[in-house]
Ligand binder design. Structure first.
Ligand SMILES: C[S@@+](CC[C@H](N)C(=O)[O-])C[C@H]1O[C@@H](n2cnc3c(N)ncnc32)[C@H](O)[C@@H]1O
Length: 270
C-alpha cells in the first residue's frame, strides 16, 4: 500500500468533521483560481480528513464540475480512519495513510493541499516544520489551504500559500463567514489559524483590524440589511484604511475577505 514505508509525520488527533463543513474552500478555489483548478498540474490532497471522508468525497464532486480529470487523495494519519474510508473509494478518489510528509508515489505531485482543522490541534512551535514537510510534496505553483473553522464551517479562516522556488510564499489570510444571517466580524477571531490565534492581544494589529472591521460593518449595516452588500461595503472601508483586500466582486459577494500580505498590518499604516 502506498505511504506505509515512511513513518507519517504528525500525530493522531480528534477526527471531528461534518458534511459541507469545508464547502467554502471549494467555492473559494473555483472563484479565485478557476483556470488553475481546470488544469491542475497534480493531485488534490485532503490532509487529515477526519473520522470519515465526507470532505474528500464532496470536494471531488464539486471541483469535478470544473475539472473532470481531478484526482483527490484523502490522507489520514490514523490507520483505522484510512481503512474505514476505503468504502468511499471511487474513480478519482482514494485514501492513504500518511502525514505532513505526503504519501505520494512514483511521479505524483500535489497541486493543492488542504489541511483544515489539523494544525489547530498542534502547538504553534510545530507549524513551521509541518509546512516545510508539506511543501516537499507540492509542485511549483501549488496551493496550500491551511485553516480552521467552527463545527459547521459557517465561520472559517484560512492561510493561503503558493509554492515558488522551493518555498511556500504566503498569499494572505482569507476570512469567510456565512452571510445568510447577521454576523459580527469578531465571531471569526476564535477560528483564526494557529499562527494568528495566539497573537490577537488587545490593541495589537489583529485586534485593531477586527475593531476597524466591526466599525465598518456597523456603518454599512446601518444602510442596509443585505448581508452580501454589507460585507462588500465593509471591505471597501478596510481597503480605504490600507488593507490589501482582493477587490473582486465575485469573491466579496460570496463572503470571502482575502487579506493579502502584509496582513495583519495594513499598508500603508493608517
Ligand atoms: C479535526 S479533524 C479535521 C477533519 C476535516 N479536515 C475537517 O475539517 O472537517 C483532524 C484530523 O486530522 C488528522 N491529522 C492530524 N495530524 C495529521 C497529519 N500530520 N497528517 C494527516 N492527518 C492528520 C487527525 O487524525 C484527524 O482525523
Amino acid at each position: 500500500m502506498p505511504g506505509t514505508r515512511t513513518r507519517p509525520l504528525g500525530q493522531v488527533t480528534r477526527g471531528k468533521t461534518a458534511p459541507n463543513r469545508l464547502r467554502k474552500t471549494d467555492a473559494f478555489l473555483a472563484l479565485a483560481f478557476p483556470e488553475f483548478v481546470r488544469h491542475l498540474p497534480g493531485v488534490y490532497i485532503d490532509l487529515g480528513y477526519g473520522a470519515y471522508p465526507i470532505t474528500s468525497v464532496e470536494t471531488l464532486t464539486r471541483l469535478r464540475r470544473l475539472n473532470p480529470e481531478l484526482r483527490v487523495i484523502g490522507v489520514e494519519i490514523d490507520p483505522a480512519r484510512v481503512a474505514a474510508a476505503e468504502a468511499s473509494r471511487q474513480p478519482g478518489l482514494e485514501f492513504r495513510l500518511g502525514g505532513f510528509n505526503l504519501p505520494l508515489v512514483n511521479h505524483e505531485t500535489a497541486a493543492v493541499v488542504r489541511a483544515f482543522n489539523v494544525l489547530r490541534q498542534y502547538s504553534e512551535a510545530e507549524v513551521a516544520a509541518a509546512l516545510s514537510a508539506l511543501a516537499i510534496g507540492m509542485c511549483p505553483g501549488a496551493l496550500l489551504i491551511e485553516g480552521t473553522s467552527n463545527p459547521t464551517g459557517h465561520l472559517m479562516t484560512f492561510n493561503l500559500y503558493q509554492k515558488s522556488n522551493e518555498q511556500l510564499i504566503p498569499l494572505g489570510l482569507v476570512l469567510a463567514p456565512g452571510l445568510r444571517h447577521d454576523f459580527a466580524p469578531r465571531q471569526l477571531q476564535p477560528v483564526l489559524p494557529k499562527n494568528h490565534i495566539h497573537h490577537a492581544a488587545p490593541d495589537g494589529p489583529i485586534d485593531r483590524f477586527f475593531a476597524l472591521w466591526t466599525r465598518a460593518w456597523s456603518a454599512a449595516r446601518a444602510h442596509g440589511s443585505d448581508m452580501r452588500q454589507v460585507f462588500s461595503a465593509s471591505a471597501g472601508r478596510l481597503r480605504e484604511a490600507g488593507y490589501a483586500i482582493d477587490p473582486r466582486p465575485a469573491l466579496l459577494r460570496r463572503g470571502f475577505l482575502w487579506l493579502k500580505p502584509p496582513w495583519p498590518a495594513p499598508h500603508p499604516p493608517p
